[in-house]
Design a protein around this ligand. Sequence first.
Ligand code: ZN
Length: 294
Amino acid sequence: MNDSPLMRLTAKTLLCVAALAMGACGHSTAAESAPGAGSDSTARGTTAEKAAAPRGDVPQGAAILLRCYPDHVKAYRDGKLVMADGSTITYDDGRDKTFIEKLDDADPEDMFAFDYDMTTWTPGYLQDAGRSRCEALFKKMYGSSAAAVQKHLVTVNWFGQKLRFTSVNGAADSLRAVAAELARHPSLKKHLRSSGTFYWRQVRGAKRLSAHSYGMTIDIGVIGGGGGGDYWQWKNLGKGETARITYSNHMPHEVVEIFERHGFIWGGRWYHYDTMHFEFRPEILLNEQLKQTK
Ligand SMILES: [Zn+2]
């Protein structure tokens, strides 16, 4: 039994994605509850949106984005995501990309190129689902500058720490739900101390923004009773992004499973692992669940 927001979303979404594939999804993408369900309910479900979304030819990834981010992604039309402000983002730029290009220059379609395999605790070679982020999409949702992102930050009480986290897409509420569930497991507390959430910056040595820039990401357990955090570069000094590397983790899987139930992915499931890192990415989880049900 599971009644988390993500699971509720998933049950409905499975139906709708299946219906989309059959060309039968006639109702608004935004009318139902979602982890991203925010306050702007009046703009949802208009006749125009229904008319704008062609039936039957919406790529699964686009359908998932419509379901997970209903406040922002309003329709899919002519190969583009139509955003709440009327702007559009090309879903698939059609380019054949290297591994690094899928990270540095991702379109929305590339975000679904990697596996987030929840059936194993050992990530597959170069499977970095979630490290690929379409910057145009994330800037449009969370803010295109440090100041713009900061406008949406609210305080979340995290085991005595006051964390700043974005309210956009229901991310802060989801983090609060994670805290409430973790609080029922006192033995895990030593792994939970946070070393940071919002921080507008580029990924070191890369051309893309860190997920921490958007305010929907939290690092925990850098120093903890379980042995501290594990980061791929610390254990594989001097190795490049496509090298074969050694995996290491001290984060209890129970912590991971609680985060995942509320829409967060874990950096410890990345081939280029970062076991301190949890990021609000319901679309990655939903995509994986749909794969498992095929
Ligand atoms: Zn992080």
